[in-house]
Unconditional design. Sequence first.
Length: 78
Amino acid sequence: MTFIHVFEYLCGIAVFGFLYWLLSGIKEIIETSVGISGDTYTLYLYVWTGSIIVYLLFGGIWLARTYAELKEQGGIRF
C-alpha cells in the first residue's frame, strides 16, 4: 500500500499549520501597532477558516477517490 498520497495530504495540512503560525505572529504585531478594523478582521477570519475547511473537505475527497481508483486498477498491495 502506498502512502505517498497520504503524505501529500499531510504536507498540505503542515503548510496550513505553518502559515497559521506565521500569520498569527504578524496579526499580533498589527494589533498592537495599528489596531483592528472590525470588518476587515472578520473577513480575514472568514477567508482563513473557509480555506482550511475547503482544503480538509476536498482534500479528503481527493484522497479517498485516489485510493478507490488504485483499488479498481489493482494497484494496492496488502
